[in-house]
Write a protein that binds this ligand. Sequence first.
Ligand SMILES: [Zn+2]
Ligand SMILES: [Zn+2]
Length: 341
Amino acid sequence: MSSSELRKDIVSGEWVVLAPGRAKRPDAFIKKIKRERVSKKDCPFEDPQTTNHGDPLLVYPKDALHSTSRLNKRDKWRIQIIRNKYPAFRHERKCIPAISRGPYEVMEGIGYHHLLLTRDHHRNYPRLSSSEAALVFLSFQEHYKDLARDKCVKYVSFFHNWGPKAGASVYHPHYQIMALPMIPPDVGRSLKGSQQYYNKHKKCVHCTILGWERKEKKRIIYETKNVIAFIPYISREPFEARIFPKKHSSYFEDASSKIVEEVSHALRLVLQRMERRLKDPDYNFFIHSAPTHRRDKFAHYHWHIEVLPKMSVYAGFELGTGIEVTVVDPDDAARLLKIKK
Ligand SMILES: [Zn+2]
Ligand SMILES: [Zn+2]
């Protein structure tokens, strides 16, 4: 490859620049940053019911197989979903449509903003056991179905910020759930792109991408019968990774517990690998799924998880042009992150 290459994303239609010459080796700019272990003292999530978070919305008591919405004082818990004390979106009894203000469209922040907590203060996602990791996604799936029943909700976003550089303000591992009254722009672009591809080729764009990655083999970092993890050919950030169920499926909420378990396990392995090979970076991960409303409209979409480690980045050009510059060749990133079985 010459010094740089422009690649166009077939889903979003956006261009990215691959300029691996700017980093001498793929690992040249991986810097070890000391992770601060914040003590349990004053942690708001050690005992959320005594720090004004109210009763849990859903809780898995320790040793229980099923969730409940009641937690007795003496009970220990494994996972609980609570209301965010400072919500970005708030529930109202009725939907409130957008209004015009001058040339602008304005909408009230109607929806839900909840948090999913895992019990152990120091064990973040890659340190959970396989069954605990699965329970994070299974309990979210259960809660998701509740939120999706609200007619005002159009999209439910699930994401995790690990570390201050990724936007986590509390150290205790927590996962955010935001139910929104509109389809967020990134998801909207992705839905539109996959719809256009489907109209033209009568095929899911993500299935096409998975097919090509499986043929090329170079960027796959983990694969089982049902799940695949790879470094995308069009990477916006160095070392970003995606995890897909192989069988076409638009809706995360429809995934069987077996698929949810396999995907959550793959995510755990990918994050363990990133921790080791990228020197413990902060990161974000999130689910992209078809919207909760108009279920007839989005069969062309394919749900998945995206993982974005926070590596050092060059801004400026990105802000001025919307073109992301990636300094690590996805093929090299995959070699570094490949999970040995
Ligand atoms: Zn804590
Ligand atoms: Zn598909």
